[in-house]
Design a protein around this ligand. Structure first.
Ligand code: NAD
Length: 483
């Protein structure tokens, strides 16, 4: 069968200096629909030369953009937000055909529009401080943009990460080069089209697609990039941080992976805990950084919880992500599918698989449960990034806290109990950037910081904090001559 190509109106080129252009080398790579496994587009690949051109465009655009007032920059951001909100269906479609995300689960367009709307009006929050505490001085601090900010995003929620990084970076007066994931370039390119329509001056926002190497690595070692905001895997995060240190000590924000625990105490509302924890690991086919991929349930309620959990988890509707009744799509590609299968083998070797397994139909993995897995098994220690959960039991509070914390990750943790003292005691001891009580991921608060303890990252993102990520503090000392 001939490949079902995306209509020619779908843009696949690089967006540099306000214009869509082919890669300088003419190189493209194929994008495959994970549901049909057909090639759907040929994407222009940014190599080092294209990436350097995007940084140069952003550098040239910086002084004029920096000198606008926040409300003037906000006009572009607000227009961009409206255009995104009017394009939800197109974005949902592009994400479904490129990553397999069900349109029923596509909240990303609205979230992206809200993020741009928020930061359109937030620029005046950037404030310095002042002091008369030094004799014969009035001293002040001011917060200034870095210049060129690079944003590198993953494939699992590209519109959300695009907006979480680009909106505050632009609002603070920086110019941006965004590198989308090679697995999910279509929505970022579509957002670039909307940015062009919103009328951003050329070079203020550049959107390129390429691989980790050479495109991402060129950004992380670029001498003209002064700040880099990354969401993705711990391995790439380490490489980026090393390249940043080895080049120009650029500021780095890293949002990395997770192996998030959910703890179910014996007094928890088991029905509600089962509903929420299965949603957390099933949502986006388990391809979510904060998914509760480890569940610890008190041994006295384990049978009841497991029965409820498996009934709900096993009811996921696997199918075509474009079908509105589908709740679970395929894994994003063959690489990810095979990776998950290798963890299924580890789980079967080390523990007992009591639900699910390979669907043996395209890149689909059934909602899968492992029990009785030793705590040192790789399936407990490593991020699987699939609809695969390990459910183990515990006897005491101290035992479960130590198991939950016995990981290099620290992104998110959840506690289910009706005992308020225990809820707070345990939350305080869990080593995670977010702790949820009687709820779990993807629950988040937009206005509060999100990010990881330990190997899950460096820095935080959120409405209250993201502007700070994209400004430097300068102290200005003003000597006042005494009379
Ligand atoms: P990935 O690290 O493979 O890729 C992410 C991005 O980094 C892509 O654009 C890729 O091209 C680029 N990249 C890869 N190697 C690079 C390098 N050496 N230098 C510069 N750029 C490089 O991750 P992924 O597979 O796209 O996403 C899944 C991972 O992202 C998981 O580990 C998940 O937990 C994590 N994630 C974290 C969060 C969070 O907020 N903490 C959110 C979503 C996903």
């Amino acid at each position: 069968m001939a490949p079902a190509r995306v209509e020619p109106s779908i843009e696949t080129r690089l967006f540099i200096n306000g214009k869509f252009q082919p890669s300088k080398s003419g190189k493209t790579f194929n994008l495959t629909n994970p549901t049909t496994r057909e090639v759907i587009a040929e994407i222009h690949e940014a190599d080092e030369e294209d990436t350097n051109a995007a940084v140069a465009a952003a550098k040239a655009a910086f002084p004029t953009w920096r000198d606008l007032e926040p409300c003037e920059r906000g006009v572009y951001l607000a227009k961009f937000s409206k255009l995104i909100r009017d394009s939800i269906d197109e974005l949902a479609y592009l994400e479904a055909i490129s990553t397999g995300k069900p349109i029923s689960a596509f909240v990303d367009g609205n979230t992206a529009a809200s993020n741009f709307q928020h930061f359109a009006e937030a620029g005046y929050q950037i404030q310095g401080s002042s002091s008369l505490n030094t004799r014969n001085h009035l001293n002040i601090t001011v917060k200034q943009p870095f210049g060129v900010v690079a944003c590198i995003i993953p494939w699992n929620a590209p519109c959300i990460f695009f907006s979480l990084k680009v909106a505050p970076a632009l609002a603070a007066g920086n110019t941006v080069v965004l590198k989308s994931s090679e697995k999910a370039p279509l929505t970022s390119i579509y957002l670039a089209k909307l940015a062009a329509e919103a009328g951003f001056p050329p070079g203020v926002l550049n959107v390129i697609t390429g691989f980790g190497r050479p495109c991402g690595s060129t950004l992380s070692s670029h001498m003209d990039v002064r700040c880099l905001s990354f969401t993705g895997s711990p391995v790439a995060g380490q490489q980026i941080q090393a390249a940043a240190a080895a080049s120009n000590m650029k500021n780095v924000i890293l949002e990395l992976g997770g192996k998030s625990p959910a703890i179910i105490f014996e007094d928890a509302d088991l029905e509600s805990a089962a509903t929420m924890t299965q949603n957390s690991i099933q949502y986006l086919s388990g391809q979510m950084c904060m998914a509760n991929s480890r569940i610890y349930v008190h041994e006295s309620v384990a049978d009841r919880f497991l029965a409820l959990f498996k009934e709900k988890f096993g009811a996921a509707r696997l199918g075509d992500p474009l079908d509105k009744t589908t709740t679970q799509g395929p894994q994003v590609d063959e690489v990810q599918y095979n990776r998950i299968k290798s963890y299924l083998e580890i789980g079967q070797r080390d523990g007992t698989m009591t639900l699910g397994g390979d669907a043996q139909d395209g890149f689909y993995i059934k909602p899968t449960v492992f029990e009785n897995v030793p705590e040192d098994s790789r399936i407990i220690k490593e991020e699987v990034f699939g609809p695969v959960v390990v459910i183990n039991t515990f006897k005491t509070e101290s035992e479960v806290i130590s198991k939950a914390n016995d990981t290099e990750f620290g992104l998110y943790a959840a506690v289910f109990t009706k005992n308020i003292d225990r809820a707070i005691r345990v939350s305080k001891l869990l080593e995670a950037g977010t702790v949820a009580i009687n709820c779990t991921s993807p629950t988040q608060a937009k206005e509060l910081p999100f990010g990881g303890f330990k190997g899950s990252g460096v820095g935080r993102e959120g409405y209250g904090i993201s502007l700070e990520n994209y400004v430097e503090t300068k102290t200005i000392l003003i000597r006042v001559s005494p009379e």
